[in-house]
Design a protein around this ligand. Structure first.
Ligand SMILES: NC(=O)C1=CN([C@@H]2O[C@H](COP(=O)(O)OP(=O)(O)OC[C@H]3O[C@@H](n4cnc5c(N)ncnc54)[C@H](OP(=O)(O)O)[C@@H]3O)[C@@H](O)[C@H]2O)C=CC1
Ligand SMILES: O=C([O-])CC(=O)C(=O)O
Length: 267
């Protein structure tokens, strides 16, 4: 039985907790959830799982794996400390690793403690293929991310386009994955996952669009190299609680946990 510690109990976190308690995440047990203010969650009951805002109390529950679903700041704060507490660290806010110094420190910490940083596919698909193709040479990896208007409220997009009047698909960012991860910390983590799988943050090219003509969060990946070519399009149903995030994010985490705790590993 794998003990899971969850950081963040928002849109993805709630669904991950539900999947573990519902038996959809393999042979796992939800040991503790770390939140910022436990009083806010006083009426949440998750079997015998501890909901706490104390880092010490969280690690006293001795998780085998810590699952982060709380944002870039939580990765900065808890990645190294999770590894130092003898836990693997599964990260969805993987865009935090656009900070090279943070990434290097976290990797060094994982090596030092004999633990792993786990990046589930989350909102994107095909990371296994891109990672295999990266044995190389891999000439080109590109990502185009489009989301409906409501997914861009409260983000950098508001500085580029008037979300109340935009009527056509509009490019709001074109550049590399290091910049897209930094500029859209809550919305384009997929570009960081793709970079780590493939040819890195500088070489991975990213376009981001506000698209008033669609109702799904769409990610198109294209790659070319010695392996051949791949083009993948995913259309994620946005969660009603947070339209930036697709349901598939928590489903992917649940599957990754199942892979850690079952005799058959797919993907
Ligand atoms: N890799 C991928 O494909 C994807 C990655 N993501 C990443 O996942 C993150 C979570 O997404 P989502 O669940 O939709 O976001 P939500 O905003 O719905 O939930 C985030 C939760 O994290 C909590 N939180 C924030 N900081 C901390 C902290 N330091 N410690 C503990 N809890 C904290 C917040 O709680 P409160 O405010 O109550 O304190 C909030 O409930 C996104 O910010 C994004 O970075 C999202 C989608 C896809
Ligand atoms: O859920 C999605 O479609 C992608 C997302 O928010 C992210 O990559 O941060």
């Amino acid at each position: 039985m794998l003990n899971v510690g969850l950081i963040g109990y928002g849109t993805a976190g709630k669904d991950v907790a539900g999947a573990i308690l519902g038996g959809q995440a393999g042979n796992t047990r939800l040991a503790a959830v770390l939140v910022r203010n436990a009083a806010k969650y006083a009426d949440v009951a998750l079997d015998d799982c501890l909901i706490t805002d104390s880092e010490a109390a969280f690690f006293e529950r001795r998780p085998d794996v810590v699952v982060e679903t709380a944002g870039h700041e939580a990765v900065i704060r808890y990645a190294e400390s999770s590894l130092a507490h003898d836990c693997d660290f599964m990260v969805v806010s993987v865009g935090a690793f656009c900070d090279e110094a943070l990434y290097d420190r976290v990797m060094a910490s994982a090596s030092r403690h004999g633990k792993r940083v786990l990046v589930p596919s989350a909102a994107i698909a095909g990371l296994d293929r891109i990672a295999a193709a990266a044995q190389g040479p891999l000439d080109r990896v590109t990502l185009t991310t489009r989301k409906p208007v409501k997914a861009w409220r409260g983000t950098f997009a508001e500085e580029v386009v008037d979300l109340d009047t935009v009527a056509q698909p509009t490019v709001i960012f074109e550049g590399n994955a290091r910049e897209s991860s930094r500029v859209f910390p809550e919305s384009v983590n997929v570009s960081a996952a793709l970079s780590l799988a493939g040819i890195g943050f500088e070489a991975t090219q990213v376009r981001v669009l506000v698209d008033p003509t669609i109702d799904k969060n769409v990610h198109e990946v294209s790659a070319k190299g010695r392996f051949g070519e791949v083009r993948i399009e995913v259309q994620n149903t946005p969660s009603p609680n947070n339209p930036k995030t697709g349901y598939i994010v928590a489903m992917s985490v649940a599957r990754a946990l199942k892979n850690l705790s079952s005799p058959l590993v797919i993907g």
